[in-house]
Design a protein around this ligand. Sequence first.
Ligand code: FES
Length: 69
Amino acid sequence: MVKINVLQNGPCLVEAEGTYVLIRDGKEEVINQKAIALCRCGASGNKPFCDGSHKKINFEAEGVELQIR
Ligand code: FES
């Protein structure tokens, strides 16, 4: 099961069963977390992840829930 919550004025929170594996430049990085936050404001210094920078730039966008059925 995958849950995606697009937070108001913030990142996309992804929660899924399994292991997250980020593949960048052909290298795999295993992320041992229950959930990950993906930046959607473009200001993160740790893309593709949210680092909280959306607050500094006063990012504004609606929040929605995405369901995969
Ligand atoms: S959404 Fe948090 S840094 Fe972009």
